[in-house]
Ligand binder design. Structure first.
Ligand code: 5RP
Length: 218
């Protein structure tokens, strides 16, 4: 089974967690499969809140309503992918650059269901470079602070987030204490969001595997 089939398998299994109400929608190739499948049951939900312009376009293309989080209150469930997950369901996210809105929606949702192929499950986070969204004028300042933490920040040149900011991808970080590291990076002036989801991890991780779907719970 190829990786795309595994992503689709996880997306299909996530439909079980959609029980009406308002659904938070993440960003990325795995979520794209979910959006396409959600179109088949769109009459069962009240609407969605989207984490990116790309997901919004895809949702609207299917005739699925996209609402502003300011008008909805909290959401019942949030479906999103990840770049890495450990066994505590702490995640690295932001490979697609949507980390800030993703973190906002995760915080606003009762249940966070993460969908991925099984290559995303790791023993320790950090092989995938950690994305950090920064205010453009603070990019070098933040990069120097990240160097002091032992990481190697690389500017994702040419990329501007949906919020008008820049992204630093931090390589070679030793993420042994995700909770502490998330808070440390969050506290750096100029940082908008770090793509470490440890303070608010996923509640459920659905993995597509060659032998069928595997479900992990926090
Ligand atoms: C976007 C994300 C995505 O969830 C993450 O990059 C995984 O994407 P994909 O499903 O394409 O592997 O965090 O900001």
């Amino acid at each position: 089974m190829d990786q795309e089939a595994l992503k689709r398998q996880a997306a299909q299994a996530a439909l079980e967690y959609v029980d009406g109400g308002l659904i938070g929608i993440g960003t990325g190739s795995t979520v794209n499969y979910f959006i396409d499948l959600l179109a088949g049951i769109k009459h069962k939900i009240d609407g969605t809140v989207s984490s990116s312009e790309a997901s919004t376009q895809r949702l609207r293309g299917h005739g699925i309503q996209v609402l502003d989080l300011n008008s909805t209150g909290n959401l019942s469930v949030y479906i999103d992918g990840a770049d890495e997950s450990n066994h505590q369901l702490q995640l690295i996210k932001g490979g697609g650059g949507a980390l800030t809105r993703e973190k906002i929606i995760a915080a606003a949702s009762k249940t966070f269901v993460c969908i991925a192929d099984n290559s995303k499950l790791v023993k320790a986070l950090g092989s995938f470079p950690l994305p950090v969204e920064v205010i453009p004028m603070a990019r070098s300042l933040v990069a120097r602070q990240l160097l002091k933490l032992g990481g190697t920040p690389v500017w994702r040149e040419g990329v501007v987030t949906d919020n008008g900011n820049h992204i630093l991808d931090v390589h070679k970080l030793n993420i042994t204490h995700p909770l502490e590291l998330e808070q440390t990076i969050n506290n750096m002036p100029g940082v908008v969001t770090v793509g470490l989801f440890a303070l608010r991890p996923a509640d459920i991780l659905i993995l597509g595997t060659p032998t069928g779907v595997k479900i992990l719970r926090d």
